[in-house]
Design a protein around this ligand. Structure first.
Ligand SMILES: C[S@@+](CC[C@H](N)C(=O)[O-])C[C@H]1O[C@@H](n2cnc3c(N)ncnc32)[C@H](O)[C@@H]1O
Length: 783
């Protein structure tokens, strides 16, 4: 059997830097890329026609091409993509490495706007070819600052099928390390401009049960700061009901008047991504170690958890909402079997046919039949679960880890469920990893004839109370009774007498009555562990809202000349009582409401919103004697920029930017006018500089750039970290002109053994613990 997944463990298809047995412990030779069981098992599943079997296996043995995506807000991503297309790619067209022509990067045909790229070259080519060196550095730094996401092509797919919009309440149930979370955030921020972030009305909760991996997630999502983001650390299969007050529900005015007043509702989601832990055999090309260790029992063992996660997502989805269920496994037991069991256990859902959603994507339909193996030796002789159970001794039955849901439904059921609407991606089809996607839709409420009796608040409450008491079908054992439960589940729909109302309460967030528990999943804790214990062990600091008239908020409003529409009541701090406030976070209304109405330890809230102001520490601030020691942070600037008033803004030209990039603390006297006289006339402190587009010594600033600075007595500092400065320099000047790069070069020169080729990698590793084998080192690996 597969290793048991305890708290803090991760699925094998968890992506990221993985120290489990699946980790790339070595790079195995092609002739050793065989696994009899794997071949026998997948042959038995009939996943492909005979003539495709060899091409499929061969593709599984080939190294995976390097792929990346240009990330960030749409406008900014398109501009950066143009630099790749128009500046870099033309130089990579004629590269010859060790006597062979190397293909330049190519756009992935199905990715919208051509924002995803693929290299069909080995890693060493990218690292060692001098022609690629400049492009390599460009990618390294853009990856560092989050403008480029190194991500496996197939891993980019689920968010494209989820189609998140800025007003959606979305959830990423198994989110770490966060490459898909980043895509979801980008979709939520579709209205951002190059310089300013929007404040979406929607929400993204990114969750992962692995505490350590939630930090990767936080790091990854910090690159697209969002007041709409929350990161939680919970087992997705028992994700608790989140309470929100009535004013945040979106039902008709009529319903609100009668039902909603002063009640709390369970937040339901418009979009949920279930990118569940899986056996990960679709990543064989990236993780060739899997050839040695693959066992079908891993998929068998993960099936129940996968099913429970999907079922929990279904319970938290709004009517009309959408779930994308995905794995990087080819195993039907982890894919179609999970989807079929979930659809059978919870009525009101259907599989959506999105087979033509991404023109250019080659895929195959989902399977309608498969043969589970009951042992790792690939024993697929039992056509049904009943056959299997009958083969067991009584004493074996209770301990069996195989369930009815491992087996396929009847042909008729498979047809009714529409299993062929699932999408299977095989490595040989488009030179990718293997992947599985299913898109589930929760049907909108059925409109019944107008109600003869008037619906009352109590009627709705009673409905929900009943629902809260209902047994949930969240375990594989319960799934066995799925059909029998369908009638009960149906009362999640509007009651007859209430139907006929336009878009009413039950298709939105579910009311939580005062004396009924919210619709929590049944939580089975390990022996000796309790719910209270689980949250008691949560050691993160709480978030506290800071009053709009708090002196710190008032000082920030004054320093940055913030407009009256600045959401000053949406500012949070996360300091234990009495501690000095170091950072101010900003959240949108829905996040604020969730933080206010839910115990942070119960929802194991790791982070929320975006850090916008930070205390300027050290002698710098003290010596300068400024009134407010808070500065606007680079990561939060796009969020506060729309509110920043003219007093806090300085205009500068392209030449001033060059000076600020070249020196750590350039003297104010070294700048040309008018920037020099403007900045010299300013009090010491934090300002926002708007650099106008222009040309300078062959470099072009194509669009306005807005950056934070700190003005001291005689100097000015660009408040960007050195990685961000280097990325900016490479993007704009085509070379790294920063003081940090010059210092690093000087250090390298002192170390005679250091070669220019490895220097770029070495500098990346210095800060971020990047795997030296990465072609495009990033802070986190892709999923
Ligand atoms: C396939 S990975 C997710 C990759 C991620 N969606 C991305 O694109 O970066 C599966 C994740 O599920 C997490 N996980 C495993 N069991 C879980 C559970 N019961 N609840 C929530 N997350 C879980 C693992 O820690 C792992 O990070």
């Amino acid at each position: 059997m597969a290793k048991k997944k305890g708290k803090g463990s991760k699925g094998k298809g968890s992506g990221g830097r993985d120290d489990s047995a699946w980790a790339r412990t070595d790079v195995i030779e092609r002739q050793h890329m065989h696994n009899e069981r794997l071949e026998k098992y997948y042959k038995a599943q009939n996943i492909l026609p005979d003539e495709e079997w060899e091409p499929f296996l061969n593709a599984m043995r080939d190294p995976l091409p390097t792929t990346f995506r240009v990330a960030g807000s749409r406008q900014a991503a398109r501009l950066l993509n143009d630099i790749i297309k128009d500046v870099h790619v033309p130089h990579l067209g004629d590269v010859v490495f060790e006597g062979e022509a190397v293909s330049p990067p190519q756009q992935i045909p199905w990715y919208p706007d051509g924002l995803a790229w693929q290299f069909n070259v080995a890693k060493k080519v990218l690292r060692k070819s001098p022609e690629f060196k400049k492009f390599h550095s460009f990618l390294v730094f853009e990856t560092e600052v989050g403008n480029v996401s190194r991500q496996e092509a197939v891993s980019m797919l689920p968010p494209l099928f989820l189609e998140v919009e800025p007003h959606h309440r979305a959830m990423d149930m198994c989110a770490a390390p966060g490459s898909k979370t980043a895509q979801l955030l980008e979709a939520l921020h579709a209205h951002d401009t190059i310089t300013a972030s929007s404040i979406p009305s929607g929400l993204l909760i990114a969750n992962d049960s692995d505490y350590k991996r939630t930090h990767l997630l936080i790091h990854q999502s910090a690159r697209l700061p969002s007041p709409a983001l929350m990161v939680t650390n919970l087992d997705a299969s028992i994700f608790p009901a989140i309470k929100i007050p009535s004013e945040l529900t979106t039902f008709s005015a009529d319903t609100k008047a009668r039902v909603a007043a002063k009640k709390q509702y369970q937040l339901l989601f418009d979009r949920i991504l279930c990118d569940v832990p899986c056996s990960g055999d679709g990543t064989l090309r990236k993780n060739p170690g899997i050839w040695k260790h693959w066992s079908p029992m891993d998929g068998n063992g993960l099936h129940s958890l996968q099913l429970r996660i999907l079922q929990r997502a279904m319970r938290m989805l709004k009517k009309g909402g959408r779930i994308v269920y995905s794995t990087c496994s080819l195993n039907p037991v982890e894919n179609e079997a999970v989807v079929a069991a979930a659809l059978k256990s919870i009525p009101g859902f259907e599989l959506v046919d999105m087979s033509n959603h991404l023109p250019g994507l080659v895929h195959r339909p989902g399977l309608t039949s498969w043969k589970p193996t009951v042992s790792k030796e690939i024993n697929t002789e039992f056509a049904t679960y009943q056959d299997y159970v009958q083969s067991l001794y009584d004493s074996q039955r209770a301990s069996s880890k195989m369930f009815e849901s491992h087996w396929p439904p009847s042909a008729e059921e498979a047809e009714n469920l529409g299993l062929t609407r699932c999408l299977r991606i095989y490595p040989h089809l488009q030179n990718t990893g293997g992947f599985f996607i299913a898109i589930l839709h929760k049907k909108p409420p059925v409109r019944a004839p107008p109600a003869p009796t008037k619906r009352t608040a109590d009627a709705v409450e009673g409905l929900d109370t009943a629902d809260a008491k209902k047994p949930k079908l969240d375990t594989e054992a319960d799934a066995k009774d799925a059909e029998g439960q369908q009638a009960d589940d149906a009362d999640e729909e509007l009651p007859e007498e209430a139907a006929g109302e336009p878009t009413s309460a039950m298709e939105i967030d579910q009311p939580i009555s005062a004396n009924a528990a919210p619709a929590e999943p049944k939580i089975r804790f390990k022996k000796g562990k309790t719910a209270e214990g689980a949250s008691a062990h949560f050691k993160e600091n709480p978030y506290t809202f800071i009053e709009p008239d708090d002196p710190i908020v008032k000082a920030c409003i004054d320093s940055f000349d913030l407009s009256s529409d600045f959401p000053s009541s949406n500012m949070l701090v996360r300091n234990p009582a009495g501690d000095t406030v170091r950072s101010l976070y900003m959240v949108n209304d829905i996040v604020k409401s969730i933080v206010k109405h839910n115990d942070y330890a119960r929802i194991r809230l790791m982070t929320s919103g975006t850090k916008v102001f930070g205390k300027q520490e050290g002698t710098e601030a003290k010596r300068d004697g400024v009134e407010s020691h808070f500065r606007v942070l680079a990561e939060g600037l796009p969020v506060v920029l729309p509110f920043v008033g003219p007093r806090a803004v300085v205009h500068a030209d392209f030449a001033a930017l060059r000076v600020l990039m070249e020196a750590y603390y350039p003297l104010t006297s070294g700048f040309a006018d008018p920037f020099r006289s403007t900045i010299e006339a300013k009090a010491n402190g934090s300002y926002v500089v708007r650099f106008q587009p222009g040309k300078l010594e062959g470099a072009t600033l194509a669009h306005e750039l807005v950056l934070p600075i700190w003005k001291s007595n005689v100097s000015v500092t660009l408040m960007l970290d050195k990685r961000a400065k280097s990325a900016l320099s490479l993007r704009i000047f085509g070379e790294d002109i920063t003081s940090a790069a010059r210092d690093a070069a000087a250090r390298r020169n002192q170390k005679s053994e250091a070669t220019p080729e490895v220097a770029v990698d070495a500098s990346v590793q210095e800060d971020d613990n990047v795997d030296a084998s990465d072609v495009v080192p990033g802070v986190v690996d892709e999923a």
